[in-house]
Ligand binder design. Structure first.
Ligand SMILES: [Zn+2]
Length: 245
């Protein structure tokens, strides 16, 4: 697949409706890119794909690499991935998600109705992440699953700071429900031992921000999937904002 084409499996409204029993094998997903995020069967934890490596970050705080053999039997009910080739790289000190949002908007003009892929590498002063799942029962929706999420304030390492990487996507407002409108950030530490869906952060000094616009999108929908077939998929803007924003 060409660089900076977005590949997405299923839609976030399906997770809202609890469609998470089946999905796309990670082996297939990883053929579409090396930079991504998503979740696993029964919404069991947060997924991050960094430099082609897929990690699962769970509510018990564990972070595990999914080996290539495990990728054949592990599936995702929702994921976004791209072969990331940044077109702009810049250093900046950031006070949080809002500052990152404004920085990206200024960095890459004429993309207000487009997807972006971005990555932030460096040392952070504070990082707050969450991990959620799995579903208590089949069909449990994302809002209920996230009501049991665990929030982690990552402790600085010896010597100070938290070294790590944000992998993120910006999705256009008009595609809320298909994707998560706005910025969606997952984080993992340099030692790959801690991480999750990012709720907040502050950088220590300057960090490296890399971004690319994405104008081509490939969307694969669940096939022969009874849960997906019966889902209402009405869209729940407030619900998605509350749990994924
Ligand atoms: Zn997330």
């Amino acid at each position: 697949m060409e660089s900076n084409t977005l590949f997405q499996y299923s839609v976030v409204s399906a997770l809202m409706d609890g469609v998470a029993s089946n999905g796309l094998p990670l082996q297939t997903l990883s053929q579409h890119g090396n930079h991504g995020l998503g979740t696993f069967r029964r919404m069991a934890g947060e997924m991050i794909i960094i430099d082609g490596q897929i990690y699962s970050m769970k509510a018990d705080g564990s972070v595990t690499l999914i080996s290539s053999t495990e990728q054949t039997e592990t599936v995702t009910p929702y994921a976004m991935v791209t072969r990331f080739s940044p077109t702009i790289t810049k250093k900046v000190k950031l006070g949080g998600k809002d500052e990152l949002k404004d920085f990206l908007t200024n960095l890459i003009p004429r993309t207000s109705n487009n997807y972006l892929a971005f990555r932030v590498d460096g040392v952070f002063k504070s990082v707050t992440v969450r991990a959620a799942g799995p579903q208590k029962e089949k069909g449990e929706g994302l809002v209920a699953v996230c009501a049991r999420q665990t929030v982690f304030e990552l402790e600085p390492e010896e010597g100070g700071g938290i070294g790590g990487t944000i992998i993120g996507f910006r999705s256009p407002a008009f595609l809320q429900g298909v994707s998560v409108a706005g910025d969606h950030l997952h984080f993992i530490t340099d030692d790959r031992k801690r991480g999750g869906h990012m709720l907040g952060f502050e950088t220590e000094g300057e960090v490296e921000v890399q971004v690319a616009g994405m104008w081509r999108v490939e969307l694969e929908l669940p096939k022969d999937d009874e849960e997906f077939e019966n889902a209402k998929l009405v869209g729940d803007n407030e619900g998605i904002k509350a749990v994924e924003g």
